[in-house]
Design a protein around this ligand. Structure first.
Ligand SMILES: Cc1ncc(C[n+]2csc(CCOP(=O)(O)OP(=O)(O)O)c2C)c(N)n1
Ligand code: SF4
Ligand SMILES: [Mg+2]
Length: 331
């Protein structure tokens, strides 16, 4: 086998929960909050990828809480990278593996490279590095953005992915101004899919649908080239709810249509899971109130704020060229 032809491992999808691998590569020893969905995403991500994987992670909760002074839950090789560098870390590692194999310093074999980043590190600070990586089709690497909708590790500051109106330490509700944060959230996966024709796979996932989530990771790694996954992760601390409801809040985000589940493979879009049912009209979107009213970060919302949030969500479904994915319409 020549180094030029090392293809990615083909990871067949897990066909149902009973077929999921039993091995754990993200184990005990981390110190994330109780109910932290991002920790679950790490556990499922590496379970899906398997042992022959290198994981890179940018600064944030999934770095700091996972590698507190001489402890780590990672069983696979893991390396921290600077806050805005998940894209460069992924590409650099993939290129280094290729070079080492070419020089005969490593056995030639497919090794998965995954770089994860938070919404602050990925969608704000590291956007350009991720974008650059997604243009290099000769290198196999997956970038997984775990989106807890704030700069959580430094005490819940506003990010470009924080939803409209949410309370953060940078956008506290006050007497003079109830809504401090008035921007609609960035459309990260849509932007990556629409803007990177060399990238063969982009998906959105939520760990409330764990098998689907793992299978998207397996597909991203099998397909080759640089790929991108955006995961929505309920965060009990930042979103302010009882940790036991993480799973339910993830489901509600999908069922209310706030976070559509889809994948774009070789330029073809497919909705899946609960989102597919919504698109096909087999189920109805739940009112966003059901999602918002369960979280303390929206506790200051008045009726008009909930209505505005509903109206903007309706727009995503009714006015966007492709519902929840491409945010403009034909003139
Ligand atoms: C260049 C740089 N600026 C600021 C920081 C401080 N910092 C460390 S983690 C963090 C928050 C990262 O937020 P996000 O990427 O969303 O990850 P999360 O903490 O939410 O998991 C910040 C601002 C840093 N480490 N590096
Ligand atoms: S603040 Fe949120 S993302 Fe960070 S460890 Fe706690 S629950 Fe997880
Ligand atoms: Mg974050």
């Amino acid at each position: 086998m020549s180094f030029e032809t090392i293809l990615p491992q083909v990871l067949e999808p897990f066909r149902g929960v009973k077929r999921v691998a039993l091995e754990e590569y993200f184990t005990s020893g981390h110190r994330t909050c109780q109910g932290c969905e991002s920790a679950l995403v790490m556990k499922l991500m590496i379970k899906a990828a398997g042992a022959r994987t290198i994981v890179l992670g940018s600064t944030g909760c999934m770095y700091v809480a996972n590698t507190t002074y001489y402890t780590t839950p990672w069983v696979v090789p893991w390396m921290h990278t600077q806050l805005g560098s998940s894209g460069s870390a992924a590409l650099g590692t993939a290129a280094a593996l290729k070079a080492l194999m070419r020089k005969g310093k490593m056995r030639e074999e497919p090794i998965n490279v995954i770089a994860f980043c938070g919404d602050g590190g990925g969608a704000d600070m590291g956007l350009s590095a991720i974008s650059a990586t997604l243009t290099h089709r000769d290198y196999n690497c997956l970038i997984l953005l775990y989106d807890n909708e704030s700069y959580a590790n430094t005490d819940i500051q506003l990010s470009g992915m924080t939803p409209y109106g949410a309370y953060t330490t940078f956008s506290p509700a006050g007497k003079a101004k109830r809504i401090m944060h008035k921007r609609w959230k960035k459309n990260m996966a849509g932007m990556m899919a629409a803007g990177h024709p060399e990238c063969r796979y982009v998906a959105t996932v939520c760990a409330s649908y764990a098998v689907d989530m793992m299978n998207k990771v397996r597909k991203a790694l099998s397909i080759g080239g640089p790929t991108f996954i955006h995961s929505l992760d309920p965060c009990p601390k930042g979103w302010d709810y009882d940790p036991m409801f993480s799973h339910e809040l993830g489901e509600l985000a999908i069922q209310c249509g706030i976070f559509p589940l889809y994948e774009v493979e070789d330029g073809k879009l497919s909705f899946y899971g609960q989102t597919k049912y919504l698109v096909e009209g087999r189920t109805k979107r739940k009112p966003v109130r059901e999602y918002l009213s369960r979280q303390g970060r929206f506790a200051h919302f008045l009726e008009e704020d909930i209505e505005y949030f509903q109206q903007k969500t309706d727009e995503m479904w009714e006015k966007w060229l492709i519902p929840g994915v491409i945010p403009f319409s034909n003139a």
